[in-house]
Write a protein that binds this ligand. Structure first.
Ligand code: BES
Ligand code: ZN
Ligand code: ZN
Length: 487
């Protein structure tokens, strides 16, 4: 689907479907020359997410679709994101080859964020996983024009298109079956992303390179699989000048987590193909960086990627491994593997990248699903500023983030008996998400750092028109892009 962004002042070109967004209790304002029966217009209430099709008698438009955005002083971006998704989905369903989204409502200071939300919704709403269906029909909607009131709105819509597409990349990676999205496939996807802009580069560390660096923790996880592990290192460098800030994003890339010798129960084990969602979010964020080309920031992306399977060579409960920073870890449960691969990725960032701030995203614990459900990500870390910035980005993007404690008692619970650390706490401690974060805190040194537990928010969220159901959400992409801009 090709998207063109315009302002209202530009001409309305001929289109099969014109979508007009209308406020509650105000008569919809149509572009000049569009003729529709007046009673049909007058009876439209404009309730939030209300839809009405009206056939046009003549003029540049064949059919009109009204979508209500509700009332209130300001339309909020989340509502418009949902309305954008409804518009694109309805357009696709009618079989229209072209559609125009017409937003002629007062937007004030929020024009740019509303334009962005509308375009994000339109792009995210048309996401479908058709790669594996033999009878999949190609999308009918080929051209979408987004027209809004001001230059700010248009600029926002252009950003929204890029960010929405990056979210869709993350979802495609998440939703792809585990046998077709192996560590090596994630590496291939990272190489593709790196080709999108001359400002991007990628280095792939294979098992030999990781062994040389002493990444005994990460390598112990892939020993149980015939698929080798990799550490993907993406870099975004701004134009000629050096960035004012250097940020490192780290994403858990477990392409399938069976639990290892501490095998998970069979029901719902298929969901563990989503255990690479943190890595998918990092790749999505880099695709967005390629399109947005910010000038003030250098961004590094690390994705440790592996499978976690039971095998004769796999980790056994009680085994001891040594991470890159020299700390020894007693593996008491092989299913707590995310923290084992992240430990070496974080230690690598601390010593070899030395960023000003570091954020990891991981489907780390079932406990966060119990505590926060599927609509929120948990956040904890060693730096209030980074945590607060992520909470603020969550509010702006609708990818909500909630602080969880990570205190000395949680760190103490991860001290080892045989080694320096153990990868799970003793029985009866509880607070599984906090102890998981506390374990990771041993590998970040003094770098300001926050850990996002996205085990709940990565998939299975309620229907929001632009996402929902038993699918990946691409959570993290929009959040990270916002954080990189404002944080
Ligand atoms: N990938 C899982 C976490 C997970 C659970 C993600 C449910 C999504 C839904 C992780 O590797 C894991 O198995 N964690 C264990 C840790 C435990 C053994 C301390 C868990 O949460 O049960
Ligand atoms: Zn696990
Ligand atoms: Zn896992």
């Amino acid at each position: 689907m090709k998207i063109t962004c315009k302002t209202i002042a530009q001409n309305l070109t001929r289109t099969e479907l014109l979508v007009v967004f209308a406020r509650k209790d105000r008569r919809p304002k149509l572009p000049a020359g569009v003729k529709v029966p007046q009673p049909a217009l007058a009876s439209f209430d404009g309730e939030e997410r209300e839809v009405r099709f009206i056939d046009c008698s003549d003029g540049p438009v064949e059919r009109l679709l009204l979508i209500g955005v509700g009332e209130g002083n300001g339309i909020d971006p989340e509502t418009l994101r949902r309305c954008g998704a409804i518009a694109a989905k309805k357009a696709e369903k009618t079989g229209a080859g072209s559609a125009t989204l017409w937003f002629d409502l007062p937007a004030g200071k929020r024009a740019e964020s509303l334009g962005q939300a509308l375009a994000e919704g339109a792009v995210m709403g048309t996401y479908r996983l058709t790669d594996f269906k033999s009878d999949a029909e190609p999308a009918k909607l080929k051209r979408l024009t987004i027209q809004g009131g001001s230059a700010d709105f248009k600029r926002g819509a252009e950003r929204g298109e890029i960010i929405g597409a990056a979210n869709c990349l993350a979802r495609r990676l998440q939703d792809s079956p585990g046998n077709l999205m192996r560590p090596r496939d994630l590496v291939a996807e990272a190489r593709k992303v790196a080709k999108l802009s001359p400002r991007l580069s990628v280095e792939i560390l294979d098992e030999k390179a990781m062994a040389r660096l002493g990444m005994g923790s990460l390598l112990s996880v892939s020993r149980g699989s015939s698929e080798p592990a990799y550490l993907i290192h993406l870099v975004y460098r701004p134009g000629r000048k050096k960035g004012d800030r250097k940020v490192c994003l780290v994403g858990k890339g477990l392409t399938f987590d069976a639990g290892g010798i501490s095998l998970k129960p069979s029901p719902k084990m298929d969901e563990m193909k989503y255990d690479m969602s943190g890595g998918a979010a990092v790749l999505g964020a880099f695709q967005a960086l390629a399109g947005l080309e910010p000038d003030d920031i250098e961004v590094h992306g690390l994705v440790p990627t592996s499978e976690n399977l039971p095998d004769g060579k796999a980790n056994k409960p009680g085994d001891l491994v040594t991470a890159m920073n020299g700390l020894t870890i007693e593996i008491l449960n092989t299913d707590a593997e995310g923290r084992l691969i992240l430990a070496d990725a974080l230690a690598y960032a601390e010593t070899n990248i030395k960023p000003d701030a570091m954020i990891d995203l991981a489907t780390l614990t079932g406990a966060v699903v119990v505590g926060l459900g599927h609509e929120l990500s948990g956040v904890m870390g060693n730096d209030e500023k980074v945590i607060d910035a992520l909470v603020a980005s969550g509010k702006r993007t609708g990818e909500l983030v909630w602080p969880l404690p990570m205190l000395d008692c949680h760190k103490k619970a991860m001290k080892g008996r045989v080694g320096d650390l153990q990868n799970i706490s003793g029985a009866g401690v509880g607070a599984g998400s906090s102890t998981g974060g506390a374990f990771l805190s041993n590998f970040v040194g003094d770098i300001p750092w926050a850990h996002l537990d996205i085990a709940g928010s990565a998939w299975g969220a309620e229907d929001r028109d632009y996402q929902g159901g038993p699918w990946g959400t691409g959570v993290g992409v929009r959040l990270l892009v916002d954080y990189l801009e404002h944080g």
